[in-house]
Design a protein around this ligand. Structure first.
Ligand SMILES: Nc1ncnc2c1ncn2[C@@H]1O[C@H](COP(=O)(O)OP(=O)(O)O)[C@@H](O)[C@H]1O
Ligand SMILES: [Mg+2]
Length: 232
């Protein structure tokens, strides 16, 4: 599986946000997408999954063009989107949230996704809104995995979470990628993301300005100054 995004543009009405973004994600790869607030990271994920109508360019998933598709057809093509803020149904149980994720493919069995997130197995009957932020993020990712995506998009995984739980979730994400799922990870915490990512891109003002392997990015002085803070 390969996702090839070429010269993608997208925006809101007359406001152009993405100005010709090209990037690639391969099966089994975690690709980090970092950049400042307002750069267009969430817009990129929304453009891939047809959540915004104004978009052009190309998004190929194994050669299948997703631009022009609908939210439903893109989900059916194998793309799952874990949105910023997680968007669980807080009053529903963990079990029901997960089952909703599998609804389109009529998948009810939770065992495989619970292997990635064993904590959720102990909380299946709990309402999602009563869990910690970290557990809710696990639930949101697990819900996305219920559709057996080829490409998993995650927006701001660490937002509002303690570093220790972020690390736990990122390790699980590596396990997910190891099964062949491609992961595009949008993350404020570039340091944490690049610890588990294979490659990364920097998006600034709607354009990719830096790209490379995780180790190239972590040793890049411009990255260090702008996104990685002081080492250690
Ligand atoms: N629904 C919207 N309507 C109009 N403009 C929006 C909307 N959502 C985001 N924007 C604008 O698009 C730009 C990129 O936003 P966003 O993709 O959310 O950036 P990021 O996720 O990198 O912080 C910002 O200037 C933002 O104000
Ligand atoms: Mg965002």
């Amino acid at each position: 599986m390969r996702c090839q995004i070429t010269r993608l543009t997208a925006g809101y009405g007359r406001v152009e946000v993405l100005r010709g973004v090209s990037l690639e994600i391969d099966a089994g790869e975690i690709v980090a997408l970092v950049g400042p607030n307002g750069a267009g990271k969430s817009t990129l994920l929304r453009a891939i999954t047809a959540m915004i109508p104004d978009r052009s360019g190309s998004v190929l998933l194994d050669g299948q063009e997703l631009i022009g598709g609908t939210v439903e057809s893109i989900a059916d093509a194998g793309v799952a989107h874990v949105p910023e803020g997680r968007r669980l149904f807080p009053g529903l149980t963990v079990r029901d949230n997960l089952r909703l994720g599998g609804w389109r493919i009529r998948r009810k069995n939770l065992d495989e996704v619970l292997e990635f997130f064993p904590r959720l197995a102990e909380r299946l009957d709990q309402v999602a809104g009563s869990m910690s932020g970290g557990e809710q993020q696990m639930c949101a990712i697990a819900r996305g995995l219920m559709s057996r995506p080829r490409l998993l998009l995650i927006d701001e995984l660490s937002l509002g979470l303690a570093p220790v739980i972020v690390d736990e979730i990122l390790v699980r994400l590596s396990d997910v990628a190891a099964t062949g799922t491609a992961v595009l990870l949008v993350e404020q915490d570039a340091g944490a993301a690049l610890e588990i990512a294979h490659r990364g891109y920097v998006l600034e003002l709607g354009q990719i300005t830096v790209s490379g392997t995780a180790s190239q990015l972590t040793s890049n002085p411009r990255m260090q100054a702008a996104y990685l803070g002081t080492p250690g």
